[in-house]
Design a protein around this ligand. Structure first.
Ligand code: CA
Length: 229
């Protein structure tokens, strides 16, 4: 699970958040004011920060702005005010999400899970991306990430952006099987839940455009797809 820093000056709420998040298996540290939070992050950066807006000493907005100068971890802001200006300001200083007090613990846990899931996805994305912008070659297939172009036997392929992303993912990870859920997250983002058919349709069109070479994208029964050059 994740390391989480809770920054909240109300002791009861801080402890309640700690209890709930520990029950999810997270490792929790607590701060009750902005300067302490900044020091704790600089000593050992957590994977997520839950940050109250109204804090003594240094308010949550300033803390968020300062954290963002050096850190990319998700920040969920807590605010007692629901005005639109709060929301806009929070997102402007780099918060990823915000919750208006009073909020339910289930809501907080759901937002936390979503934020951590995005981080994991980004990490996997970075891992699976080709190292650098070098053209990937598999036999007659050439995929040029920098120019967003692909060709077979020197003939450029007319691919949609999503087809190109799929082909690049396969070409950069030969032999690796990808399930549909992963491909949906990777190519369409989280908002595209439940669209298994879209993946199948895109793969079918991509195979068609690759001609005979398209057979090298094989179906992994019950799982998804794999590219075997
Ligand atoms: Ca407060």
């Amino acid at each position: 699970m994740a390391s989480i820093l809770i920054v909240e000056d109300e002791p009861a709420l801080n402890d309640l958040l700690r209890t709930e998040l520990e029950a999810e298996g997270h490792v929790i540290r607590q701060a009750r004011d902005g300067p302490t939070a900044l020091r704790m992050v600089s000593e050992d950066a957590p994977q997520l920060v839950i940050l109250d807006w109204m804090l003594p000493g240094l308010d949550g907005l300033s803390v968020c702005r300062q954290l963002r100068q050096q850190h990319l971890m998700p920040i969920i802001m807590l605010t007692a005010r629901s005005e639109e200006v709060d929301r806009v300001l929070g997102l402007e200083v780099g918060a990823d999400d915000y919750l208006v007090k009073p909020f339910g613990m289930r809501e907080l846990l759901a937002r936390t899970r979503a934020a951590l899931r995005r981080v994991q996805l980004e990490a996997r994305r970075a891992q699976l991306s080709p190292a650098g912008d070098e053209t990937i070659v598999h036999g007659p297939l050439q995929v040029d990430p920098a120019a967003h172009r692909a060709s077979i036997g020197g003939t450029e392929l007319a691919l949609t952006p999503k087809e190109f992303e799929l082909l690049l993912l396969f070409a950069a990870n030969p032999g690796r099987a990808f399930n549909r859920e992963f491909l949906i997250e990777r190519i369409w983002g989280e908002a595209y839940e439940g669209f298994d058919r879209a993946v199948d349709n895109h793969i079918r069109r991509l195979r068609g455009k690759l001609g005979d070479f398209g057979e090298k994208i094989t179906t992994v029964w019950g799982l998804g797809y794999r590219f075997i050059p």
